[in-house]
Each structure stands twice: as structure tokens, then as C-alpha cells.
Design a protein around this ligand. Structure first.
Ligand code: ADP
Ligand code: MG
Length: 221
């Protein structure tokens, strides 16, 4: 599902580089990325999703060599194949909850906002316990509710791969475990692969694989 080989990446502005000799995450599994702040966890997710492109090496994500795609094709690949849960949720305050969940459909014409998509949004909202809130705005929600909207938005396109960047940051411990339960349940139900950054070592025994990103990152030589 995810495979990196001999990957080298350095920001053009310099100062940080990532070297990944080998990384494999099998389809349908749950992997966690750990490492101190600044070790390159977000950079690694950005390489896997094609937001960033490596200088050398190969990156397979969801069956596609993302390192070989043009910038336009990488964006299309990302929107149509990958679900993201961002650290700060990145909900849009001018849209209501339902519109936020369906937001990916505004981003690319390959995603069709048809009856199936609307049904999936409704079902996800019900499964995540936010179906009462569909006409609220994000600023009328609690943190835990916003989190669940972000999870629903990441899953609504039924992506093969879900990337989550510290999605349980800023949540209290009980809400954190619950959010993870919901994310895992949905990934199982839809046979999705999950790669999630978490600073929370207490959650790691719930994952199939733990990737220590500090082994890859560093300053350029
Ligand atoms: P983490 O997610 O583990 O905290 P990041 O991947 O965000 O780490 O960042 C790794 C390093 O790369 C940091 O030193 C950060 O300052 C640097 N960095 C992140 N984004 C950029 C960028 N766009 N240009 C230059 N350096 C960056
Ligand atoms: Mg980060």
C-alpha cells in the first residue's frame, strides 16, 4: 500500500533532509509514525501523499508511483485516493458541518457529488455521532465534535489510504481513545490503510506497526 525505497528529500530552502532507505506499510494495516517535533513526520506524510516530491528514490502510494507524477497529476491523485485528517482539523468556518464533510467533492471533478456520496456522508455522520449537527458551523462545535467532522471528511470519498497528522492532539484522553476507536472502526469497515502521526505513546499498542521517523531525518551533510 505504501512503499518507499532509497528516498532522498531536502527542502529547497535547505536545513532539513530526509533519507528513507526502506519503508513498507501493508494494505489494510494501521501504522503509527512517531518522533520528536521537527523530526520529519509531516514531511514524510507529504512525500507519501505527493504534496512534496523526492530528489531520488521511489514512492508507491495506493498502487501509484507518486514520485513520477506531474504536479497536476499528484494533486488529482491526492484528492481522489487519500483521506487526510489534519492536526488542527482545518475545517472551513463559512461552511456548515455537512458541507465541510462533503468538501473534497469541491476540489476535483473526478469526485462526483452524487446520491452515493451524500448517503455516505450521512452514514458517516451517524456512525460518528454528529448527524444532529449537520447544519451547524464549526465554531458552534466542541473540539471532539470538530475532530469527528474532520474524520468524516477524510473518509467520505472512501479513500484507499488515510493519512492523519496528530489528529488526536488537543483532545482529552477519553475523547482521544474514542476518536481513535471511530477512526479504526471506519478504516476496518472500508478496508482502508491508516498511517497516523501520534505523539501519544500510550496509543501505540493499538497499531500494527510503529515507524520512528527520527531514524530518517536530519540536517543535510
Ligand atoms: P514534524 O512533523 O516531525 O514536527 P516536519 O516534517 O514538519 O517535522 O519538519 C521537519 C523539519 O523540516 C523541521 O526542521 C522544519 O523546520 C523543516 N521544514 C518543514 N517544512 C519546511 C519547508 N516548507 N521548507 C523548509 N523547511 C521546512
Ligand atoms: Mg508535524
Amino acid at each position: 500500500m505504501i512503499e518507499l525505497r532509497d528516498v532522498k528529500f531536502e527542502y529547497t530552502r535547505g536545513g532539513f533532509s530526509l533519507r528513507v532507505p526502506e519503508l513498507q506499510i501493508s494494505a489494510g494495516t494501521r501504522a503509527a509514525a512517531i518522533g520528536p517535533s521537527g523530526s520529519g513526520k509531516t514531511t514524510l506524510l507529504n512525500l507519501i501523499s505527493g504534496i512534496e516530491c523526492p530528489e531520488a528514490g521511489r514512492i508507491d502510494s495506493a498502487g501509484v508511483r507518486v514520485d513520477r507524477l506531474s504536479p497536476v497529476a499528484r494533486r488529482a491523485f491526492r484528492i481522489t485516493n487519500i483521506g487526510f485528517v489534519f492536526q488542527d482539523f482545518l475545517l472551513l468556518d463559512y461552511l456548515d458541518v455537512l458541507q465541510n464533510i462533503l468538501y473534497p467533492y469541491r476540489l476535483h471533478h473526478d469526485l462526483r457529488l452524487d446520491a452515493d456520496a451524500r448517503n455516505r456522508a450521512q452514514r458517516l455522520a451517524a456512525d460518528l455521532g454528529i448527524d444532529r449537527l449537520l447544519d451547524r458551523r464549526p465554531d458552534e462545535l466542541s473540539q471532539g465534535e470538530r475532530q469527528r467532522v474532520a474524520i468524516a471528511r477524510a473518509l467520505v470519498t472512501a479513500p484507499k489510504l488515510v493519512l492523519a497528522d496528530e489528529p488526536t492532539g488537543n483532545l482529552d484522553p477519553a475523547t482521544k481513545q474514542h476518536a481513535l476507536d471511530l477512526l479504526f472502526e471506519q478504516c476496518d469497515a472500508l478496508s482502508m490503510t491508516l498511517f497516523m502521526v501520534t505523539p501519544d505513546h500510550g496509543l501505540l499498542d493499538r497499531f500494527d506497526q510503529v515507524v520512528d521517523v527520527s531514524a530518517f531525518g536530519g540536517s543535510p551533510p
